[in-house]
Design a protein around this ligand. Structure first.
Ligand code: DAH
Length: 336
């Protein structure tokens, strides 16, 4: 036997490997060549009889033969298992597997939608921190010292006397202190209240704040702006109702209802037969707030509004429990 015999042998072996049609056939080839009583051990024994000059090359070629056959068998195993030979189990004719695509959280979707609507009216986004001073959150917003929202039962206070903001309204204060009029801002963000979680309450929720201050801004501007917002958000048929209300930072103050999106005002379970759904609070900025931030209350007027994003999201998507929005169960989130 010489080196050329080995090369021929390798080609034969690889031919047989490729010809094997199933695992059993392949195993038979493996035993015939690489098995304990197979051809390769015999060849190794043959090494002794090879001419000493040719021995190193013969040994090397025999080794290569062994490796080539072993590799060929492995590749063929992969092919027979439905792969290309690069690894078992890969079948290029199978349709691809779709990697799970994420979706934007419903709160984020509705926030973006609300912000986008006000941006078309020239409002720009303003931001403020979650940790606020008592002054920004209450005092500057004309909240009397004995107002119940200041209570430790309602608001989270920090050891240094600051607090977790309980609404996005302090962004109004920050923005007016930093910018002379006119201002026209929209500000989404997180808020915190000492509420026990249930189907409609969460200790951490989201609001969007709006503020427009200029010369001659009137309640009619407020009504026009919020009516436009209602139609953009709910569709052209929605009706809007303004009810007198009270907020410390606006005078006059209103609560704004939209016609029920389910029954369109006829009355149903969702709107408790009233035909209306309460959506937001608003009003004309109280002159005391202008005093606090250093605006000239004789020169400018303005309107402000604030709305809960969870509430609007739940109404628009028919979600009955606010906790669904925080559990981050992908089976829930994937529906939006
Ligand atoms: N801050 C109020 C709240 O948390 C919402 C609100 C009402 C904001 C009237 C305003 C406003 O800017 O004018 O319930």
């Amino acid at each position: 036997m010489n080196v050329q015999d080995l090369i021929d042998l390798r080609d034969n072996a690889l031919g047989e490997v490729r010809a094997a049609q199933d695992a059993a056939g392949l195993e038979a080839v493996r035993i015939a060549y690489l098995g304990r009583k197979g051809l390769l051990p015999k060849i190794m024994e043959e090494l002794r009889n090879v001419d000493p000059g040719e021995r190193p090359l013969f040994g090397k070629t025999a080794n290569e033969l062994k490796n080539a056959v072993a590799e060929g068998i492995k590749a063929r195993q992969g092919e027979l298992a439905g792969g290309t030979g690069d690894g078992p189990g890969f079948d290029p004719t199978q349709p691809g597997r779709w990697p799970g695509l994420g979706t934007r959280h419903p709160i984020t979707q509705i926030t973006d939608r609300i912000v986008q609507i006000f941006q078309t009216l020239g409002f720009t986004v303003a931001d403020g921190p979650d940790i606020e001073t008592v002054w920004n959150n209450f005092d500057a917003l004309n909240t009397p010292p004995d107002h119940p929202s200041r209570d430790e039962q309602d608001t989270f206070y920090l050891d240094n006397g600051d607090l977790m903001r309980c609404h996005t309204s302090p962004v109004q204060v920050r923005h007016m202190m930093a910018h002379p009029p006119p201002v026209r801002i929209i500000s989404p963000g997180r808020c915190y209240r000492r509420d026990t979680p249930d189907a409609t309450h969460s200790a951490n929720f989201h609001q969007v704040e709006g503020l427009y201050v200029d010369e001659n801004v009137s309640l009619a501007d407020l009504k026009g702006t919020l009516s436009y917002f209602a139609r953009e958000l709910m569709g052209p048929d929605v009706k809007v109702r303004f009810r007198p209300h009270f907020f410390p930072f606006t005078e006059p103050s209103v609560e704004v209802d939209f016609t029920c999106h389910v029954c369109h005002g006829k009355g149903c379970r969702v709107c408790k037969n009233s035909g209306w759904i309460e959506i937001l609070g608003a009003g004309m900025v109280d002159p005391n707030v202008f005093d606090a931030v250093g605006y000239d209350k004789a020169k400018v007027t303005g309107f402000a509004f604030g709305m809960g994003i969870e509430r609007i999201t739940m109404i628009l998507y028919g979600i009955h429990d606010i906790r669904n929005l925080y559990e981050n169960d992908v089976r829930f989130l994937n529906q939006f």
